[in-house]
Design a protein around this ligand. Structure first.
Ligand SMILES: C[S@@+](CC[C@H](N)C(=O)[O-])C[C@H]1O[C@@H](n2cnc3c(N)ncnc32)[C@H](O)[C@@H]1O
Length: 288
């Protein structure tokens, strides 16, 4: 059997009892190590699970998937994913490969950032399409995430922005010289995401576009959701660009139309002036 097991969001202890029992019985256990991280590393997981884990980076999952699935028709193999296995777009491919190879599979679910964002008080039902914000470079500044946020805002929906993770990246120089030297991992912060978003807002203004969001749009910054030191901050986009929510991982939400109960919840995570951009509409909801 091929098992895809979600590890949840906080630390080693967020695995489910069912997931842990399966891990103990498997002949090989892989740890997916590029779409998300916990607040603890491989060593702490190995200690808590009581067994060795094989790190599976992007190259291994994309180029050596058959190696991962090898033998799963006659023994149990597990593939561990931080959060929920289907909280990233990549892992359906492994399921399809297993099915094509005649290997049975099972999924053991866990909390994902896609539902744990509810901790800030915004209703999960009121979210539109999730977007990813990637690190800009001097020559590559994609703005497509802004257009998706605009679409969501036009429908009154909130937007969850997942923030870039760069692990096992090579500098252009090392790549050109064929040297396998990797850059230190980088994780985008809420402040960095907000700064990029403010730059897009400014660009759109210069093109005389009606802005979908402004410096005063109410946003929520979230860090290390599910961990003991989880941090949540609500305030204007301008405030987000100056906030320090500490260690990774971070996510950011751009709010849409807000129900009064959602506003009351956001007040728990905001300074008194943090929500001053909100205005009540005729139907007694709030927008910013
Ligand atoms: C591919 S997604 C999530 C994948 C994971 N399988 C899941 O279900 O949560 C990775 C992104 O989610 C966000 N994220 C994941 N865990 C988080 C956490 N504990 N707190 C805040 N953001 C988190 C970050 O923006 C990160 O770059």
């Amino acid at each position: 059997m091929f098992y895809l097991i979600g590890l949840g969001l906080g630390d080693a202890k967020d695995i489910t009892v069912k997931g842990l029992e399966v891990i103990k019985q498997c002949s090989r256990v892989y740890l997916e190590a590029y779409t998300s991280i916990l607040t603890v590393g491989k060593d702490a997981l190995e200690k808590y699970y009581g067994r060795e884990l094989i790190l599976a980076d992007r190259d291994m999952v994309e180029q050596e998937a058959d190696e991962i699935l090898k033998g799963a028709d006659v023994s149990d193999v597990a593939f561990l994913v931080v959060g929920d296995p289907f909280g990233a777009t990549t892992h359906s491919d492994l399921v399809l490969r297993a099915v094509n190879a005649g290997i049975k599979y099972r999924v053991i679910h866990n909390a994902s950032i896609l539902n744990a964002v509810g901790c800030c008080g915004l209703q999960l039902y009121n979210f539109g399409e999730t977007v990813s914000i990637v690190f800009w470079t001097d020559s590559w500044k994609p703005e497509s995430f802004y257009d998706k946020i605009k679409k969501n805002r036009d429908m009154g929906m909130h937007t969850l922005c997942l923030l870039d993770i760069k692990v096992k990246e090579q500098s252009m120089e090392n790549l050109m010289r064929g040297r396998k030297v990797y850059e230190p991992p980088r994780f985008m912060s809420v402040a960095q995401a907000a700064e990029q978003l403010l730059e897009v807002v400014q660009n759109r203004r210069e093109r005389a576009e009606e802005p979908a969001i402004t410096e005063n749009t109410v946003c929520v910054g979230l860090a290390r959701v599910g961990a003991d030191d989880q941090a949540v901050r609500a305030g204007s986009l301008h405030e987000m660009a100056a906030c320090d929510l500490g260690a990774p991982l971070h996510s950011m939400i751009i709010t849409g139309r807000l129900h009064p109960l959602e506003v009351d919840m956001l007040k728990l995570f905001s300074s008194p002036e943090g929500l001053s951009g909100l205005k009540m509409t005729d139907s007694s909801t709030y927008v910013s």
